[in-house]
Design a binder for this molecule. Structure first.
Ligand SMILES: Cc1cc2nc3c(=O)[nH]c(=O)nc-3n(C[C@H](O)[C@H](O)[C@H](O)COP(=O)(O)OP(=O)(O)OC[C@H]3O[C@@H](n4cnc5c(N)ncnc54)[C@H](O)[C@@H]3O)c2cc1C
Length: 295
């Protein structure tokens, strides 16, 4: 039994939550066995080709290598998303997609998606009893305060994280979204304060960077030792710095969004404030001006 599997799905419902967020509810016979791991469980969303739907999607053991080897016009678009909710008893999975215009296959698909449209999810199988992987919110045992920073691409993950936090959790979450109308009602512990930051046409990070810097300055003790940090060239490498080993200290931070914004925050927290880098998950969820998959 494999940890991840293909789930052929179709759209059951579409709901515009705010000007930016679109909730797509998928249904499919197999979704009764989709594992409900919560937190920031990531999945792949595979979209149909205009004339061939999903019939050319390789699904064998080496599907990824086979998918990469396909000519561009035969390769189904595939993008990374977060599970927003799973209802196995109804055979349903929700994915909240942040619309950013017709600039990529996923956002373009979402703009015209209708009930009955087909797609495929690659996600965790409930028939596998090991750890599936793909959940990066992993606070260490000593952490008693959580600092979260995210843009709209990571708001669905934050919403799912807040729902699964223990009721006595404490922390602050800063969520940068395009407009004030993009605020969502989030279920969260009373001890976690959520601050929505509307960009209102300003560049990505314009509101998030100062807010997280200010919060870090208040939370982190000045005696922390600053740490050396290797530079990341975002034209070559992804920004994905998620601790495998547990960190130390009372703070755990989870930061996700546009890669250059997260790189700036990483430098601030680790190199300038001395936050233990094993206590922070830094994740570039997307990169300005670049498609997610360049095969
Ligand atoms: C672990 C993980 C979980 C994610 N979960 C979600 C989720 O639940 N919901 C969600 O909406 N996104 C999520 N994302 C981000 C999503 O994968 C990217 O936004 C992806 O690039 C969208 O694909 P696309 O086909 O629309 O655009 P692409 O073809 O990848 O890119 C086309 C153009 O659009 C730009 N672009 C891409 N994303 C954005 C954006 N968000 N805002 C503005 N411009 C953008 C790119 O810079 C590029 O110029 C997640 C990413 C990761 C790594």
């Amino acid at each position: 039994m494999t940890a991840w599997r293909f789930f052929p799905v179709e759209v059951r419902a579409i709901r515009r939550l705010t000007p930016t967020f679109l909730r797509v509810t998928f249904t499919g016979d197999g979704l009764g066995r989709f594992a409900d791991n919560g937190y920031d469980q990531r999945i792949k969303l595979v979209l149909p080709l205009p004339d061939h739907g999903l019939e050319r999607l390789p699904t064998g053991e080496d599907w990824y290598a086979d998918w990469c080897a396909l000519p561009d016009e035969h390769r189904n678009p595939m993008r990374t998303y977060t599970v927003r909710a799973v209802r196995p008893h109804l055979g349903e999975v929700d994915v909240d997609m942040a619309l950013h215009g017709a600039t990529g296959p996923a956002s373009t698909w979402a703009l015209s998606a209708r009930p009955g449209d087909t797609a495929c999810l690659i996600g965790p199988s409930a028939d596998y009893d090991g750890v599936h992987g793909g959940v990066d919110y992993r606070p260490h045992d000593d952490a008693d305060f959580v600092l979260i920073g995210a843009d709209e691409s990571a708001v669905p993950a934050v919403a799912a994280i807040l729902e699964r936090m223990p009721a006595d959790a404490r922390g602050e979450a800063y969520l940068e979204v395009p407009s004030p109308d993009d605020r969502l009602d989030l279920r969260k512990p009373d001890g976690v304060r959520v601050t929505w930051l509307a960009r209102q046409g300003e560049p990505h990070g314009e509101r998030l960077i100062p807010a997280v810097r200010e919060a870090t300055g208040r939370i982190v003790t000045p005696e922390s030792a600053r740490q050396e940090l290797e530079d990341i060239d975002l034209d070559v490498d992804d920004l994905w710095d998620v601790p495998e080993e547990p960190g130390a200290g009372r703070l755990y931070a989870w930061l996700a969004g546009e890669a250059a914004v997260i790189r700036t925050l990483r430098r601030h927290l680790v190199a300038e404030c001395g936050v233990d880098r094993r206590a922070v998950a830094f994740m570039g969820y997307w990169r300005q001006g670049r498609s997610e998959f360049i095969v």
